[in-house]
Design a binder for this molecule. Structure first.
Ligand code: ADP
Ligand code: MG
Length: 427
């Protein structure tokens, strides 16, 4: 692991440090994928994570990558963003890093708030603010989508528990309660909030209470139990440079979580066109992942747009669509090559997530959308017999897998000692 500001200030370090890209949120899986993608193309990459993440566990897979020239540990931005920002600016000033790539909702928010200060020093791999303001707000996204004739889940907006009975009358149960924005600054600290499945009035009240405790509004939506499909796009200057589709067979947690077992698929006609129209309407440049879920009859409904690299990105990269590299080239203002095809049928598995989601499926048996215990176990075991790529595993860069395994074991031990800890953005 590398060192920090002191070393940067030394003149010799100043001469020798130079990065093509600084990858933020090093702990996230998509950050490791980004480092590997850029590093194996001969680019010089450094990674950054914040101190509170390292306090939970010091094992950061991307820091162990052979492509990681230096690992930076910045002060947290959860309580206040100043120290984090100062640290980031300092690195940029002293290393000449060309491009900054964020992947977490939290860093995205910090960069949006201080965009000009950062952009003055390095290129930000981010869409313009007007587009981000829509894409990070589910209500606004769904609004535009429905005007474009794209299917959206039946739903109402709920700000307060008192509105729950009316919402249940309109939408019915089971339902999904989800925050309008995934990242909230509440009580002087940033928190990521996630969707919840509710099956009774009490659960609905509880979920709304919990999700509105830091302010913010929730969406109360009909529950859809069909396939989860996502379209990844790369859009710039009016041109769609890449399109990719995948579906997630299992997510962790079973509802509202990050995808753990997923497969590249041919572009579905209906949602590919819809995703494109949406991204063009918002003028959302760069990478975006447009998430859909189908109902039992196969009709698609829009979930949301992620205007940042998501954990599922590796399926696309392995299938031949190198979104992180496109993102880098776009940020640098380089000419982009159109990607016209990719391999379909490739499975990818996040083993830690799959273990957890199988355990959760056993605990949540009988809940809507959760497979019966025998089926869950069988599916989990069957996946070992299906050829698949595994997250972290790369024969040309083996240390991150070992680091991820130690991290998993470390957190397992912590969980036993302290009980379950709060969930960070894993998507
Ligand atoms: N109305 C719904 N019915 C069924 N599943 C849903 C619904 N809304 C969300 N989900 C599931 O939860 C996941 C997360 O919801 P999403 O809207 O993408 O919010 P976020 O990813 O910001 O937490 C979706 O990908 C989907 O699998
Ligand atoms: Mg999502």
């Amino acid at each position: 692991m590398g060192t920090h500001l002191d070393n940067l200030l030394k003149p010799e370090a100043r001469r020798t440090t130079f990065y093509d890209a600084l990858v933020l949120d090093a702990k996230l899986r998509q950050s490791l994928v980004t480092m590997r993608s850029l590093g194996s193309r001969g680019l010089t990459v450094a990674a950054l994570e914040v101190a509170d993440v390292l306090q939970q566990s010091k094992h950061v897979p991307a820091f162990a990558s052979r492509w990681c020239r230096r690992a930076y540990v910045a002060p947290s931005y959860l309580q206040q963003t100043d120290a984090f920002l100062d640290y980031l600016l300092h690195i940029l000033d002293h290393t000449g890093a060309q491009v900054v790539i964020p992947s977490a909702d939290g860093t995205l928010e910090v960069l949006r708030a201080h965009r000009e200060t950062v952009a003055w020093r390095a290129q930000l791999a981010l869409a313009k603010e007007e587009a981000l303001a829509v894409a990070t707000d589910k209500e606004k996204t769904l609004d535009i989508a429905s005007r474009l004739g794209i299917g959206i889940p039946r739903g109402v907006s709920v700000q307060h528990v008192d509105e729950v009975p009316e919402a249940v009358r309109t939408v019915g149960l089971p339902a999904v309660v989800k925050p309008v924005e995934s990242w909230l600054w509440g009580k002087g600290r940033g928190v990521r909030v996630i969707s919840q499945l509710v099956t009774t009035h009490d659960e609905a009240r509880e979920a709304v209470e919990k999700l509105t405790q830091y302010g913010g509004s929730t969406l109360f939506q009909q529950f859809l139990d069909g396939r989860r499909e996502a379209i990844s796009l790369f859009y710039a200057d009016g041109t769609m440079y890449a399109r990719f589709a995948q579906w997630a067979k299992r997510t962790q947690p079973p509802l509202g979580g990050t995808s753990v077992y997923r497969q590249s698929i041919a572009l579905p006609e209906d949602i590919t066109g819809q995703a494109e129209r949406l991204v063009r309407a918002i003028e959302l440049e760069g990478y975006s992942e447009v998430e859909f879920r189908r109902d039992s009859a196969g009709r698609p409904y829009l979930m949301e747009i992620n205007p940042r690299l998501s954990a599922s990105i590796e399926v696309a990269v392995r299938a031949g669509v190198d979104f992180p590299y496109l993102l880098y080239q776009w940020a640098r203002g380089e000419k982009l090559e159109r990607v016209t095809s990719y391999q379909t049928g490739g499975w990818m598995r996040f083993l830690e997530g799959d273990i957890l989601t199988t355990v959760q499926a056993l605990a949540q048996r009988g809940r809507p959308g959760v497979a019966p215990p025998a089926q869950s176990l069988l599916d989990f075991i069957a996946a070992f017999f299906t050829p698949a790529a595994y997250d972290y595993l790369d024969k040309d860069d083996i240390r991150p897998l070992w680091t991820a395994t130690r991290d998993f074991l470390h957190r397992g031990v912590q969980r036993v000692i302290r009980g379950p800890s709060s969930r960070r953005n894993m998507q």
